[in-house]
Design a protein around this ligand. Structure first.
Ligand code: ADP
Ligand code: ASP
Ligand code: MG
Length: 422
């Protein structure tokens, strides 16, 4: 017998038929003798719909009230799944975020889970009841509802799994695992048997939205066994324990698991980036700090940064990227500081995309970046900025060339599926 946390995403919960299918998958796990808790997302599209209502109410809405509105989507699916389970004859009940509670900080709309009181949950699971928990929501120290940022149900699931010391956290979604790149963009993408926490963390943070980044860092920290698999399976399909999804594993585990791994594990693209170039910034100590300090104070994340070699006049151009959603704010802040920073022009461009290649193999192999730059150059794709980490190389390119770049790189690193026709 194992203790399992199962998480179902928006597409898996979209409507009565799908929830019924989810209920059958959950019940089968319990019938196999396991203790089960389920974390659910809102129905696909529902959170977007609720966010729009907030924007229509007030473009500068109060984030605390936004959380009250958007957390509602998950409340609906949690109650519905509990009903479906009951109608299959299972014992089930919902536990809302404030009831457990799932304690978070008070950073509304992007709250972090701090602690989960799991005693009641464990008791309920041990008594044979299936616990259904709405993902994405928490409770602030002030007793108000919070949400964990878009895609946050993955993080709820991992946090619950850590709190109840689950043997496994199964993330059921609309694809049957983590692929070498988004299988909806590249038909030749290959499913990975396993991927390390470190690689998954990089992939998620550079745009593979199959798992929320925070869920991966939490799983890594709490050593939660995470598996990604499809909820679109037949009733007579084998149990989750034997379905070949993708396991997120430690470096050591990987060694023995996957002998056919390539140098590059995956490729991700992120179109939600924007580029800012500031020309003729004075080339002296403190100039760059004057640019980035106001952005940091406004909680705007800067990602790629390039400072050109100073020209003879003691001036330099500085280029960097910020999240597209923060571009207008960043621009306004920097324009307000024009005198203080002393630059000449600010040029903003939101038609850019960041394409990244990720793989632990990079640690011990040279030439990964060179292959990337050469393959893109051969297709006439211009690189506007570059950043690297130990296991990742990212380039910034024109947004219109995103899909082409991902395909070209997928082929260049020999990741294309061999037997399936594209
Ligand atoms: P859910 O609603 O189940 O949380 P998401 O839409 O958040 O599902 O995540 C699943 C989607 O992630 C897939 O439909 C796929 O398009 C996308 N995706 C992006 N990169 C990858 C990848 N490398 N492997 C698998 N799926 C990916
Ligand atoms: N429903 C939320 C969202 O769409 C959380 C989630 O599905 O993970 O972002
Ligand atoms: Mg998701």
């Amino acid at each position: 017998m194992a203790r399992i946390v199962m998480k179902f995403g928006g597409t898996s919960m979209a409507g009565t038929e799908r929830i019924r299918r989810v209920a059958r998958i959950v019940q089968r796990q319990q019938a196999a003798g396991h203790e089960v808790a389920v974390v659910v997302s809102a129905m696909a599209g529902e959170t977007d719909r609720l966010v729009n209502f907030c924007r229509e109410a007030d473009p500068l809405y109060d984030p605390a009230e936004y959380d009250v509105v958007v957390a509602a989507g998950e409340q609906v699916t949690a109650g519905l799944l509990a009903m479906h389970l009951q109608s299959l004859g299972a014992k089930a009940r919902s536990w809302l975020g404030w009831q457990l509670p799932i304690k978070s900080d008070d950073a509304h709309a992007k709250a972090r889970i701090e602690d989960i009181d799991a005693d009641a949950l464990i008791a309920s699971m041990q008594s044979g009841e299936i616990a259904v928990i709405p993902g994405f929501q928490g409770l602030s120290p002030q007793g108000r509802v919070t949400t964990l940022g878009r895609g946050g149900s993955d993080t709820s699931a991992v946090a619950v799994a850590a709190a109840v010391q689950a043997d496994r956290c199964d993330i059921y979604t609309d694809v049957d695992g983590v692929y070498t790149t988004d299988p909806r963009i590249v038909a030749k993408a290959r499913k990975l048997k396993s991927v390390t926490y470190e690689e998954m963390l990089e992939l998620a943070s550079v745009g593979s939205k199959v798992l929320q980044t925070r869920s991966v860092s939490l799983a890594m920290k709490e050593k939660v066994r995470v598996q990604v698999l499809s909820s679109f399976i037949d009733d007579d399909a084998p149990a989750a324990d034997t379905i070949p999804g993708t396991m997120i594993v430690s470096d050591e585990e990987l060694e023995g698991l996957d002998m056919e791994r390539q140098l590059i594990t995956g490729i991700a693209a992120d179109k939600n980036e924007a580029k800012i170039t500031m020309t003729r910034v004075p080339d002296r100590p403190g100039a760059v700090a004057a640019i980035f300090s106001p952005l940091a104070a406004a909680n705007i994340n800067v990602d790629m940064i390039i400072q050109n070699v100073a020209k003879d006049k003691g001036e330099t151009d500085v280029t960097f990227t910020v999240p597209g959603a923060d571009l207008a704010r960043a621009q306004a802040l920097l324009e307000a500081q024009k005198e203080a920073i002393g630059y000449y022009r600010l040029i903003a461009d939101s038609k850019v995309a960041k394409v990244s290649v990720v793989g632990v193999g990079m640690k011990s192999h040279a030439g990964v970046a060179a292959t990337m730059f050469r393959s893109l150059a051969d297709r006439g794709i211009n690189i506007q900025a570059i950043s690297t980490s130990e296991i990742k190389v990212s380039v910034l390119i024109d947004e219109d060339e995103t899909e082409l770049a991902v395909r070209v790189l997928h082929t260049a690193y020999d990741l294309d599926a061999k037997d399936e026709a594209a």
